[in-house]
Design a protein. Structure first.
Lengths: 251, 160
């Protein structure tokens, strides 16, 4: 059961009273997923409405015989937002597959039948929730319509190498700085993960930055401040910080 | 004036009682169009919900320069179908243009402000109508999403 404070932040529930939120909270179940886990699959019966409590969820179309990848992402959903509105709309089937796209994701699942029955029994709440849901889907339609001619956003993967040698050299502080930096607005497509030893122990902490279609860069002797600079310059603006690149590792 | 029997045949109002239908009827106005007439234009302020009473309308995008997937996605609506959900979604502008696609068509338009006043007084009507419009935008969204996924999927597969 979700706390009222959590539900208050959710885009579709912001106008509801504490009593209404408390009732909705009783219908929720919390679930956790790791990077790459699938929450649901395109074509499955849409049995739940999902709320992203923490982390990033990618909505992707799956291609037959091909593993999922960021390339097939149509929408990226961040904290306090809903996915699975198909559970409230006929024919009640998910239209895309949902994958956890951050190190971990915490979500709330609300059973469709119980939720719709609750909204029908409480039409005042139902009117507010469905009106908010209409605005959410309408805005997503507008964004999708506006972005349909654009290339998908370039996904970014930042790997902080966290083997023993890296941790001794300060990789935990680097990881913390990377996770904080990745929560900034506009960086929703950045995934931060921990990695193993690169075999370059003398230059730890090492960090690998992979930007789709732009190649891979390995930075050496990193610290928290340098990590923030890499986010500001390289990831946000495309300027590689050549002075910190591990020699011969700009791939 | 539009008869209650017409209104109750429409999917969007199917579960309303006579009193609720009468409230809706007060803000409903029937308008006739002939083939090719433009009912509203993409980007116009969205001030009405529309329901096709007779005939067929076409919804399509036509922004200058919008030549990709979104620019080639017409959809057609015939009797009893409601559209114009954009009047409840900021920035309250139509996202598609609407044309009469049959020899002639009769369309009901319902003023947004009047509808909101009715919904405030009777939330059951608000819930039922908004639930229907959520279904309408959901269908359009799924159609657009499918088209974009197909377009990108073909592009990705051609890169193998």
């Amino acid at each position: 059961m979700a706390a009222i404070d959590v539900l208050k932040q959710v885009e579709t529930f912001q106008t509801l009273s504490d009593d209404e939120l408390s009732e909705i909270g009783k219908l929720t179940i919390e679930k956790q997923f790791a990077y790459g886990d699938r929450l649901f699959k395109d074509g499955d019966a849409a049995t739940h409405l999902w709320i992203v409590e923490e982390g990033i969820i990618d909505l992707r179309f799956d291609l037959p015989g091909r593993e999922t990848s960021e390339e097939s992402t149509l929408s990226t959903i961040t904290a306090n937002k809903c996915i699975g509105w198909s559970s409230l709309v006929s024919p009640y089937k998910y239209k895309l597959s949902a994958y956890c796209a951050s190190s971990r994701c915490r979500v709330l699942a609300i059973d469709r039948d119980s939720f719709h029955e609750f909204l029908t029994r409480h039409p005042k709440t139902g009117y507010q929730v469905i009106s908010a849901m209409l605005r959410v889907v309408g805005r997503r339609f507008q964004r999708l319509q506006g972005s349909s001619d654009d290339a998908p956003l370039a996904p970014v993967k930042v790997t902080v190498h966290m083997a023993t040698c890296g941790i001794v050299a300060g990789a935990r502080d680097v990881m913390k700085a990377a996770i904080e930096a990745a929560t900034r607005p506009g960086l929703e497509r950045v995934v931060v993960v921990g990695g193993g030893c690169l075999g370059k122990c003398a230059t730890e902490p090492n960090v690998t930055v992979e930007i789709q279609h732009q190649g891979t860069v390995v930075y050496q002797k990193m610290n928290a401040e340098k990590m923030r600079r890499v986010f500001d310059e390289h990831i946000a603006n495309g300027r590689v910080l050549n002075d910190w690149v591990l020699e011969g590792e700009n791939i | 004036m539009i008869g209650l029997e017409f209104l109750e045949q429409m999917d969007v109002f199917r579960n309303l009682n006579d009193d609720q239908l009468s409230a809706i009827r007060k803000c409903a106005e029937a308008v006739d169009f002939k083939r090719g007439d433009r009912i509203f234009v993409q980007g116009d302020p969205a001030s009405h919900v529309w329901i096709v009473l007779e005939g067929e309308v076409e919804l399509r995008t036509e922004l200058p320069g919008q030549t990709g997937v979104a620019g080639s996605l017409p959809s057609f609506m015939s009797e009893a179908k409601a559209f114009g959900w954009a009047c409840f979604v900021p920035p309250y502008k139509y996202r598609l243009s609407c044309y009469c696609a049959s020899r002639w068509c009769k369309v009901i338009r319902l003023n947004r402000e009047d509808l909101l006043a009715i919904f405030e007084q009777d939330e059951v009507i608000g819930f039922i109508v908004m639930d229907y419009l959520l279904g309408a935008v959901g269908k359009q969204f799924a159609q657009l999403q499918d088209a974009i996924a197909k377009d990108r999927g073909i592009e990705m597969m051609s890169q193998w």
